[in-house]
Design a protein around this ligand. Structure first.
Ligand code: GLN
Length: 546
């Protein structure tokens, strides 16, 4: 029998419901339980694929090609278990299903209403994962904040499920904020009391309060919260600001969150807690021997969430290389041919980020040219790979007008072009090349060595692709296609023959890096950057000595 944990948020957004859910999931998994985490988002977009990264951060893609909320990235990075279409549901999806059913005549004769039709569809989807997989626990994170108009149907669905299941099979955890007023030198509980009242109005009594706070909660504050919010004293959990998100499972362990959950759900772990791998990872993370600096050239730099998985992949790959990786975002619109050398030369590696549209492209090309010519390690992801191909075509093959047709549809040299199946597509939502595809790696390539495998599978999200008409030309000039899709011959990876590390990938490796399995390409990029860092230092020392 699967048990259900619902995670709601109060007082303000951005409290880290995703991290708390992933941390609790990790602690339960570390006791041998099978856990999955899903997110229900109250917005009306059918999925976040059509959202600008400024709106909602990165769009995370699953193996089965769902465009989802970035919290699913945290779930995978913490649990090391892939998520799927079913793990992210939006109000748009719910309404789409109900309206399609209404048009098909499934509710014939009935008035279709929020209760019961929308709430029934929410409940069906909340239980779906448990029906398809053998799971001990499903954690459901509700997006938004208690009190939002659009959250109401979700809370109503949770209320009904709590009634259907009873208290041993499901519980609600409410994440809230305890603000510190520096003028009064006091932590304040009132916003939490109000938020719990708001939740009670929907018929839900939270079982556990997780309290985000900058200062430790005194026993008086805990008792006060427990009394006013009607929870047991030990169910008031302190969630202090953490140095890194990866500390949160250990902080929750110290607060005994997992034990309280297990006791409340009348469950037992399958074995004693095993977090050895996790604690080793943290110890490497906190005690690096070396430090390198990577330039992340992209155009959504104002919002670090836009490149969330890339930043986290560097954290994972850094620990494998005993290195702290400082990733410095550089806005591609600030780079041009005049200043690119001076900007890029100070870094140990260059990563050119994924993206869409023509804004900032010239800056990316200028940065790549420097990395190519100066033999600075380069890693291009999706649009970053496409830019590497365009730069090479223009400056090595001499095809000055080479471009992606995304940027210049009229170009004489469409070296990056729409895939044939994309040409007839007019709808924007869910129509890119999405999800996992197989790729064969060339013997002797950097990628083959990094993966230590001849065939891999990686996740995609793009419409444009390398144009195979230019395959011979680039190969002869030294840009080698080292990863090919065996089913349709699309070029998925390019490398430069005479460069220590110049790798461009059409897929998104950052979506598959986890604490347990740091991504091999990030690991080898960090390792190449570290070697470059030492070479640069050696040369500097030689120059000073002579
Ligand atoms: N805009 C490019 C394409 O659609 C790259 C997409 C990306 O970087 N995810 O092919």
């Amino acid at each position: 029998m699967t048990k259900y944990i619902f995670v709601t948020g109060g007082v303000t957004s951005s409290l880290g419901k995703g991290i708390i859910s992933a941390s609790l999931g990790k602690l339960l998994q570390a006791r041998g339980l099978k856990v999955s985490i899903q997110k229900f988002d109250p917005y009306i977009n059918v999925d976040p694929g059509t959202l600008n990264p400024y709106e909602h951060g990165e769009c995370y893609v699953t193996d089965d090609g769902a465009e989802t909320d970035l919290d699913l990235g945290h779930y995978e990075r913490f649990l090391n278990v892939p998520t799927s279409q079913a793990n992210n549901v939006t109000t748009g999806k719910i309404y789409q299903t109900v309206i399609n059913k209404e048009r098909a005549g499934d509710y014939l004769g009935k008035t279709v209403q929020v209760i019961p039709h929308i709430t029934d569809e929410i409940k069906r989807r909340m239980l779906l994962l448990g029906k398809t997989k053998e799971l001990d626990v499903i954690i459901t994170e509700l997006g938004g904040t208690v009190g939002d108009i659009e959250s109401l149907p979700y809370l109503e669905a949770v209320r009904q499920l709590r009634r259907d299941f009873g208290s041993e099979d499901c519980l609600t955890l409410h994440l809230t904020l305890i603000p510190y007023l520096s003028a009064a030198k006091e932590l304040k509980t009132k916003p939490t009391q109000h938020s719990v009242k708001e939740l009670l109005q929907t018929g839900i009594q939270p079982d556990i309060l997780v309290c985000r706070t900058e200062k430790p909660l005194s026993s008086e504050i805990r008792e006060k919260l427990a009394l006013f919010c009607n929870v047991k004293n030990d169910a008031v959990i302190e969630a202090l600001d953490a140095e890194t998100i990866y500390d949160v499972p250990l902080l929750m362990l110290r607060e005994k969150l997992d034990k309280i959950v297990l006791k409340r759900l009348k469950m037992k772990g399958k074995h004693p807690l095993d977090l050895i791998h996790w604690t080793e990872f943290i110890s490497k993370l906190k005690n690096p021997k070396y430090q390198i600096k990577i330039a992340l050239v992209g155009k959504y730099n104002e919002l670090p969430d836009a490149y969330k998985s890339i930043y986290e992949s560097f954290v994972h790959a850094g620990t494998v290389n005993h290195s702290r990786v400082l990733v410095e975002p550089i806005h591609s619109e600030t780079i041009h041919y005049g200043n690119a050398f001076n900007i890029i030369k100070d870094y140990d590696g260059l990563l050119v980020a994924p993206g869409f549209g023509e804004r900032g492209i010239e800056g990316k090309l200028a940065a790549i040219q420097i990395a190519r010519e100066e033999k600075i390690p380069f890693f291009g992801i999706c649009l970053g790979m496409q830019c590497a191909v365009v730069e090479f075509a223009r400056n090595v093959l001499g095809l000055k007008e080479a471009a992606s047709t995304e940027v210049n549809p009229e170009t004489k040299h469409p070296i990056i072009d729409l895939m044939p199946e994309q040409k007839k597509i007019t709808k924007k939502g869910g129509t890119m090349r999405l999800g996992s595809y197989t790729c064969k790696l060339l013997k002797g390539s950097i990628s083959r060595e990094a993966y230590n495998a001849s065939t891999i599978s990686e996740r995609h999200r793009h419409r444009y692709e390398f144009n195979n008409e230019y395959l011979d030309a680039i190969s002869h000039a030294g840009m080698i296609p080292t990863g090919i899709n065996p089913d349709n011959n699309l070029v998925e990876i390019i490398e430069l023959a005479n460069h220590p590390f110049f790798v461009g990938v059409q897929f998104h490796p950052e979506l598959k890096s986890t604490v347990e399995n740091p991504h091999p390409l990030f690991v080898s990029f960090v390792s190449a950057s570290l070697q470059y860092h030492f070479r640069k230092k050696d040369n500097e020392e030689k120059v000073t000595v002579t």
